[in-house]
Design a protein around this ligand. Structure first.
Ligand SMILES: Nc1ncnc2c1ncn2[C@@H]1O[C@H](COP(=O)(O)OP(=O)(O)O)[C@@H](O)[C@H]1O
Ligand SMILES: [Mg+2]
Length: 417
């Protein structure tokens, strides 16, 4: 069987079953002795599951790799507690849990056969920070966010500048706490999502270091600061500039949604500017809350800064793609006016303002803004997610297409309650 560089590791949580460094293009686990991992148990099929490594050439001599697990069993292979299904497969990603035979529901015993998968092509497992320091010189702290610090650093070999985000695991992962398995999946979420994204307006993830207590995400560094500061500096954007930036943002969201990914925490702090010269060349960052829709459906966790949150995320905890477009509407409002449509200092509580879409377009600020721009904001800040524009529809709105004259009434095409 052909061998590759080690691409992964299966960490067994059962002391009787060995952990395995994955080097072969096909690795098998099962009851018979021909398997790479043998499990002597009648509940386990002769060849219970197969792990397959594939490489595909993409442009510029680069290659992309895929790791899948195929269920070949009678009693089931579960990835993150979901049954794969006979002869079906799913992609294996860093931190995923694999169990055989139905996993624990509340109060049931922990599954006997349990592995964690580590993607060694993406994540370098190192003992401690010193090993990262062999490769990188940490310079200074760029920002302290909700989940850790972001540092500016240089790569020792090339002097290239990078941004390193540090994520302390204890914020997400405490085996002593209830439900820690799903928490473990959460902290690896950002890297698994970023790994698959290739877009000029999304911050690139270059390397990951995994130490016992901290994850280090090495990312492309951009020096334009974030959109929050840029708006504070400029006060507001002229309509043409706002259009250019917003078009870039919608294109990025369309790309993400096309891949089934919802950002869920879009706000000016998570939109970086590529450099100081351009006010419109953006890079979206912070995928800490992002989720693949197909994978987890509508996930209910409280995320993000409330000022940008869509009503359905507050009431039903549902984070479908539509919630990103609500946030886009709020961002466009801010770009054009320098004001927040929803904020804590109003008479009505923030939560209620959002549920009722209770906001206004103060005349002194918005009188110079085209009805088409206001129309687009209204179609995005739309309480009913089904009526809200999609990224694709927003990209075809007359304001984005530079055909603002087509709309003379800001309420055009909007149903009044
Ligand atoms: N690649 C990067 N280049 C430059 N600055 C960055 C980069 N990534 C993050 N930052 C800065 O750090 C801040 C926090 O990063 P973010 O990924 O949003 O983490 P958090 O989850 O803590 O909000 C950003 O708002 C930005 O100012
Ligand atoms: Mg952030």
């Amino acid at each position: 069987m052909s061998k590759t560089q080690p691409f992964g590791k299966l960490i067994s949580l059962n002391i009787k079953i060995k952990s395995l460094l994955l080097t072969k293009k096909i690795t098998t686990i099962g009851r018979s002795s021909s398997n790479d991992i043998q499990i002597h148990d009648a509940k386990i099929s002769k060849k219970h599951c197969i792990i397959q490594f594939k490489e595909k050439k993409i442009q510029d001599k680069k290659t992309k790799y895929f790791i899948k697990i195929i269920d070949n069993s009678s009693n089931g292979v579960f990835v993150n507690s979901r049954l794969i299904g006979t002869k079906k497969s799913v992609e294996l990603k860093h931190g995923y849990e694999i169990t055989f035979v139905k996993p624990r529901q509340n109060g049931r015993p922990i599954p006997q056969y349990r592995f964690f998968f580590h993607d060694l092509k993406l994540v370098k497992e190192v003992e401690n920070k010193n090993e990262i320091q062999k490769n990188y010189q940490f310079c200074w702290e760029l920002d302290e966010g909700g989940y850790g610090k972001v540092f500016l650093a240089t790569r020792n070999e090339t002097f290239e500048t990078v941004a390193i985000k540090t994520i302390p695991k204890d914020k997400f992962y405490d085996p002593k706490k209830e439900g820690w398995q799903s928490q473990k999946v959460k902290y690896v979420n950002e890297i698994n999502i970023l790994k698959d994204l290739q877009h000029p307006n999304i911050i690139k993830l270059e390397e990951v270091y995994d130490t016992e207590n901290t994850l280090y995400l090495v990312m492309e560094y951009v020096d334009g600061g974030d959109l929050f500061y840029r708006i504070s500096d400029k006060q507001k954007y002229a309509e043409d500039e706002a259009r250019e930036l917003f078009k870039n943002l919608l294109e990025t969201i369309k790309y993400l949604h096309g891949k089934g990914i919802v950002h869920r925490d879009l706000k000016p702090d998570n939109i970086l500017l590529s450099n100081k010269e351009s006010d419109t060349d953006i890079k979206v960052c912070d995928f800490g809350f992002a989720r693949t829709v197909s994978e987890s459906g509508l996930v209910s966790t409280k995320v993000g800064t409330n000022n940008y949150r869509a009503p359905e995320t507050l009431t039903k905890g549902s984070f479908g793609k539509e919630c990103d477009l609500w946030s886009c509407g709020v961002i466009l409002y801010i770009l054009l006016s320098g004001l927040m449509p929803f904020h804590n200092k109003k008479r009505i509580p923030l939560h209620q303002q959002i549920l009722w879409a209770s906001y206004s377009f103060p005349e002194d600020v918005f009188e110079k803004i085209s009805p088409a721009a206001i129309n687009l904001i209204r179609k995005l800040i739309q309480v009913n997610p089904e009526k809200r524009l999609t990224a694709e529809q927003a990209l075809n709105h007359p304001w984005i297409l530079n055909q603002s004259e087509q709309i003379t009434d800001p309420m055009e095409g909007i149903e009044q309650n």
